[in-house]
Ligand binder design. Structure first.
Ligand code: ACO
Ligand code: ZN
Length: 158
């Protein structure tokens, strides 16, 4: 379904709106400097989804060098740090579009060879979204979250 647009976050005012969305959609929150660091350094993979004038979702990513999760050796990796869509706007392809755009920029602009993320083992909607996008569960990160829940590390080639 269409009716939304995806584009990089444009201002610190929009960043504050993204943080509000994070507060109501996810248990993982971050200090302001952490958001600002991503907005400053990787703005073209810090994406907003808009319906009309309103931001209804975001995808905050970064670029790292690390030991490959799906490729061998040290590789340039895109890291999806946090993605969320407001409940009223779910199941219309917005998160998929946010992921596809971020992966395109990670590959084309940054030359990343793979993309990875962590997700709660209980977060079935998100796991299904990632599996639909060809991510695979690479390993379990025991007690990854503050409340003791495990994470799947999921990754795919770019
Ligand atoms: N139940 C089952 N499958 C689902 C669900 C669900 N509730 N939601 C999405 N999916 C799967 C489906 O296969 C769906 O395709 P379909 O609608 O054709 O069946 C596919 O994912 C794509 O769905 P989208 O519409 O693109 O996803 P949406 O815009 O609804 O956003 C998201 C999905 C981001 C997981 C949303 O539910 C959300 O914001 N959840 C709360 C925040 C969250 O958990 N974020 C991820 C944390 S992990 C991280 O940030 C790295
Ligand atoms: Zn992470």
């Amino acid at each position: 379904m269409q009716g939304f647009t995806i584009r990089p976050l444009a201002s610190e005012e929009e960043l504050r709106r993204v943080i509000e969305i994070n507060m109501v959609t996810l248990p993982e929150h971050y200090p302001y400097f952490f958001w600002l660091e991503h907005f400053s350094l990787w703005r073209d993979i810090f994406l907003a989804a808009l319906v009309g004038e309103e931001i209804v979702g975001y995808n905050m990513c970064r670029i790292e060098y690390g030991i490959g999760h799906v490729r061998k050796g040290i590789v340039k990796q895109g890291h999806v740090v946090s993605i969320a869509v407001l409940p009223e706007f779910r199941r219309r392809g917005i998160a998929s579009a946010l992921m596809l755009k971020a992966m395109e920029v990670m590959k084309e602009k940054y030359g990343a060879g793979e993309v990875y993320l962590e997700v709660r083992v209980s977060n079935e909607p998100a796991i299904r979204l990632y599996e639909k996008l060809d991510f695979k569960k690479v390993k379990v990160l025991k007690r990854y979250y503050l409340d003791g829940e495990d994470a799947y590390l999921m990754a795919r080639e770019l």
